[in-house]
Design a protein around this ligand. Structure first.
Ligand code: SF4
Length: 75
């Protein structure tokens, strides 16, 4: 399983990850920071998730495009 983490404190709420990979990332409606969608969260944590194989291409793309590089993909 590939772990994905978001350093939410560094997120600048640009929306790129959600636009690039809406099946995995979304902006939290309260604090506007990026989070993992509920379905893929690791132990309910919004900043950590288990990536399904089919979403890895867009997750990797989102990590590359994040302007502050706060998305880590650990495979
Ligand atoms: S791309 Fe990076 S800075 Fe932009 S919303 Fe996603 S995590 Fe935050």
């Amino acid at each position: 399983m590939v772990k994905v983490t978001i350093d939410r404190e560094g997120c600048v709420s640009c929306g790129t990850c959600e636009d690039t990979c809406p099946g995995f990332f979304q902006l939290n409606t309260d604090d506007t920071l990026s989070q993992v969608i509920e379905k893929y969260r690791a132990e309910g944590r919004p900043d950590e998730g288990d990536a399904p194989e089919d979403l890895l291409p867009c997750i990797n793309e989102a990590a590359e495009l994040c302007p502050v590089q706060v998305i880590q993909v650990n495979d």
